[in-house]
Design a protein around this ligand. Sequence first.
Ligand code: SF4
Length: 247
Amino acid sequence: MNLEQFIKCKIPVVEIFTSISGEGISAGEVLTFVRVAGCNLRCSYCDTTYSYDESANENEFLTGEEIVKRLVEIGAVKLLCTGGEPLETKKAKRYLPLYLAREGFDVRIETNGSCPVYSKEEIATFTDKEVFPLHYVLDVKCPGSLMHEYNIFEENFSKLRLGDEIKFVVACQEDIDYALAVIDKYKFIFSTNEVIINFSPVFKSIETSDIVTMLVEKNSYFMTEGLSVRLSLQIHKVIWPPEMRGV
Ligand code: SF4
């Protein structure tokens, strides 16, 4: 889909709101969330099931231009494009983050790791700018999600750059072991591309201290391999009730 085709499309939008980023390297920063509807996965621990239905009556169906107008009205600068899954292929919503970056917003995309991140060709159909304010928070699904068979590995990892991050949401020791195996296999790409690696506990499923113990034990290995690995907590679930929306 090119720019001309995109601007005619209506995107199913679940919510647009400004709050703090809850996790990852942007944790604590004020961002405007743009949550689109629909997801190709069904993770066991999903906390945004309300975003699954693309045709839900509660959704707003907005063009890219209408979304930009809304964002300008609320004074948004830094965006977190999330879902659902914002990068599902063969859907107009896939190009919304690209369009918003083109319009001058500083965009981070939270993506579930089962959809390809943008190719150079896709980016070129939207902009000829060389420096582009667009970064990824790329999930790598662990076995506890029941969705790990859908991970795209090298093809996505190799497109990440400084300022991008990957996230392992872990629910148990098996998930930690899986994440460590993925890190070991692709460590060269992560260190070369200076990608931040986050371990995020599934809320109330695993002792956060177990992740800290692992990070301490593995620290010299991470340092030797040039890997930047850290704990990421969902701080919005500490500040507000875990099920609260729009925060
Ligand atoms: S990818 Fe995200 S939105 Fe989709 S089911 Fe998993 S946790 Fe939920």
